[in-house]
Design a protein. Sequence first.
Length: 585
Amino acid sequence: MSMKLVIVGGVAGGATAAARARRLDENATIVMFERGREVSFANCGLPYYIGGQIRRRSHLLVQTEAGLEERFALDVRTRTEVTAIDRAARQVRVRELDSGRQYTEDYDYLLLAPGAKPVIPPIPGSDHPAVFTLRNLTDSDRIKQAVDGGASSALVVGGGFIGLEMVENLRRRGLEVALVELLPQVMPPLDIEVAARLHRQLREQGVKLYLSDGVTALQDRQGRVLASLQSGTALEVDLVILAVGVRPDTALAAEAGLELSERGAIVVDEYLRTSDPRIYAVGDAIQTNDLVLSTPTNVPLAGPANRQARVAVDNISGRRTRYPGVLGTSVLRLFDLTVALTGASEKTLRRRSIPFHKVYVHRGHHAAYFPGAQQMMIKLLFAPPDGRLLGAQIVGGEGVDKRIDVLATALRAGLTVRDLQELELAYAPQFGSAKDPINIAGYVAGNLLSGDEEFVYAEELNGASPDEWAILDVREPEEFAAGHIPGALHIPLGELRQRWQEIPRDRKLAVYCTVGQRAYYATRILRHRGLRPRNIAGGLTTYNLYQVESGRRCAGPLELSAAEDAGRGGQSSYSMSMCQPPQPG
Ligand code: FAD
């Protein structure tokens, strides 16, 4: 007798599972229920459909109901909601949303892929018709209609992935956009100095940014919305996007008595089996394992949902496949900036008291001598004493996606920073450098582990007394003149061998240049003369990112030229763009 698989949810996890199940078993009966009108659509493309970059709605439909039925011989039932699970009888109860008809369906195995739903914060007025959330095609149709209908201003509440993607796309459509975020930074998984780069980008793109602020009320103003913020600011806009996060959509699982986590995610074992051995679960709805921290986590991303679907169906079909867990590898474009991360952040490591080291590297995405190199900052987190990777964050332009994928692969393989030095990565001048930024990050981290280089971090210097720290700037005079850390002694690298005795010996010594490379050379010169200097990690560029966030003035230009980036110390072609103030606007 053939196996009967019933699937709840027909988008990322559900549709992938259904197609895999057919590939593994030509005789299985596969019934897939989807509450919405469409199956297998690209949630991740929705903001870009609203923004106009994806021109046709049909392009978002990866597969249609008819297409799935024809190619995979599936029984797909859209606009049909599964309302209850009778585990003892191995039946689900379903309701056709258009006709109201109810019936039951038997299963041998049940796979839950119900996804997540947007959190609606308890703000009075959030049911106003011009207040939207974004999860599915219907939501994007409604938002697009409002924008097409002439909306000229928008408020986005929440600075996570979806919030930022909506900010970009609404700006692309010409709207005035304000972004309110309760935390002091956007993109909470990032560390603050990396998020600082996004803050600057948002302000440069004309987005009004309200950090550490929240919406307290939304009121109607003749069809428009008046948003009141905690800070007392009032914003009148044509539409509001609520993007404050998602929550596993697991009421069905809860009512069926399946084990849930505190956050309401479905608890599964390493084979993605729930507390009922006949029921498997995948995607945004489940709790899985954090591969770095070995702790339970819920990561609502498309990649994990797709891979989990394959694993769950393997196990349902009698194969034994483990799902090891997630790294949370993700990438976001914000106008012409790309930010990406994998593994643990510094703040998570601190919160969990996990020992770590960190280094920063600023490099061009390809050789500086080839036109168009774009700078990126890599932050690498690794464990003492062996340098095993713990996490990475990268922000920059082109090439960020490639480097984060290399680091995610390295992290998954359990590599150390010394292994990064050895990675043989593709190089031609258009694509990389003979020493790729990943190799360089490995060298810098290796220097730290071997003791060849010691670092001091911007946060350690914030508010430090000049009696405790002497600060040495080894850049060229015109760079120093353009801005420097207050009180810094200036000896250009080229003069250091002659003038090193001017350096005070009665205090700790911090040395800096723009990105840390010339300062490294300087610290080596000084070490050979018996001093114990520390390099300001990431140079003035990282230092300044901290200053912006802590409301201090920058100590110099925030941008550097490709020549400087390539480590040709002493070049002075600096862009003069200064830090942006940390206030809204
Ligand atoms: P979904 O794909 O959401 O599918 C769940 C489906 O189950 C829903 O259609 C729902 O209607 C249906 N359902 C729920 N309960 C029932 C029921 N009782 N009966 C019948 N049907 C039911 N991830 C990335 O990795 N990168 C991105 O760039 C990215 N961008 C995104 C942008 C947006 C705007 C959104 C909303 C999400 C984005 N994501 C992104 C997240 C990604 O889309 C999800 O992680 C992924 O879709 C999760 O798959 P899933 O199968 O768990 O849930």
